[in-house]
Design a protein. Structure first.
Ligand code: F6P
Ligand code: MN
Length: 321
């Protein structure tokens, strides 16, 4: 089976980017090991602290963040990092050529039930003018990303990665520690009959979301003239992985509970890398009012509404607006 290095070289990735990705993934392998130790290592449960978004941090959020921060800071390739679990941008090597944004442990409420979790990341060039800890350098649209992906800590540890030459899936071979290519050039089916949304928020949705989901629920009796199935992992990595594997549509729409929040998910750490992966696999990724890839971020912890997945179903959803 083809190794990660060889696929990255075939895709024309520069050597320094390959070395940076290998460093980042070494951190993810460490997280994979720590996660798998679970209760044996006392890593389950919450800390007493909250992150900047007011969410209680799980012990594994803090551990995963520290692992990635340490390995990326020491690598030399990285000028600064921006993490969902850090209040501010963290300066690394002033001469580093890259910026890395990440959600160190997505879906971390799943840690305590031994369910799917993962690390989501994206890499851009570091502008020359940038001071090492200047947050404004991170305010680049996803169209500027040079590599994005996630590592899913499931029954297998898997990597989904794109450098703009298609989306590839790799599986960690724990016998020798390498990521091996298991699906090249993922193609998301254009049509789907499966959707993912947290239906418990239904009463807070906008009318267009109510109508779209309402029509899916009507199945063969409604205007869509077929039955739809529903899945919700409560970890974006898990839902997006399913969509890469067999198609589907994932929504975390705007809801009216807190009008100051555009959505729940974070643009830099979640929406942008997933949008790049999905588009590179032939799907669509939208905020409801435009392509996620084109959103110009205004602050590093910004939130955004998302609908992404199988092309025709995202288009169907958007037609209700
Ligand atoms: O990181 C935020 C997140 O955990 C996503 O991974 C996931 O899709 C979503 O929130 C789950 O939201 P909810 O708590 O509404 O199910
Ligand atoms: Mn997350």
């Amino acid at each position: 089976m083809k190794r990660l290095n060889s696929q990255l070289q075939d895709d024309g990735a520069p050597m320094e980017l390959i070395l940076l990705l290998r460093t980042l993934l070494a951190g993810c392998k460490e997280i994979s090991f720590r996660v798998s130790q679970g209760a044996l290592a006392g890593v389950l449960g919450s800390t007493l602290s909250e992150n900047i978004q007011g969410e209680t941090q799980k012990k594994l959020d803090v551990i995963s963040n520290q692992i990635l921060k340490d390995i990326l800071s020491e690598s030399g390739y990285v000028k600064a990092i921006s993490s969902e679990e850090e209040d501010d941008v963290v300066g690394c090597n002033p001469n580093g050529n890259y910026l890395v944004s990440f959600d160190p442990l997505d879906g971390s409420s799943n840690t305590d039930i031994n369910s799917l979790i993962g690390t989501i990341f994206s890499i851009t060039h570091a502008p020359q003018w940038m001071e090492a800890d200047d947050p404004s350098a991170f305010l680049q649209p996803a169209s500027q990303i040079v590599a994005a992906g996630y590592v899913l800590y499931g029954p297998s540890t898997m990597l989904a990665l794109t450098t703009g030459k298609g989306t590839h899936l790799y599986t960690l071979d724990k016998t020798h520690g390498g990521f091996l290519l298991t699906t090249a050039n993922v193609k998301i089916p254009v049509q789907t009959s499966e959707y993912a949304i947290n239906g418990s928020n239904q009463r807070h949705w906008e009318t267009s979301t109510q109508q779209y989901i309402g029509d899916l629920l009507l199945g063969t009796n409604g205007p869509r003239e077929r039955d739809f199935n529903m899945r919700w992992v409560a970890a974006m990595v898990g839902d997006i992985h399913r969509i890469l594997c067999r198609g589907g549509v994932f929504l975390y729409p705007y809801d009216k509970r807190d009008p100051t929040k555009a959505g729940k998910l974070r643009l830099l750490y979640e929406a942008n890398p997933m949008a790049f992966l999905i588009e590179q696999a032939g799907g669509l990724a939208d905020t409801g009012t435009g392509r996620i890839m084109e959103v110009m971020p205004t602050e590093i912890h910004q939130r955004v509404a998302v609908v992404l997945g199988s092309k025709q179903e995202v288009e169907a959803c958007l037609s209700y607006r």
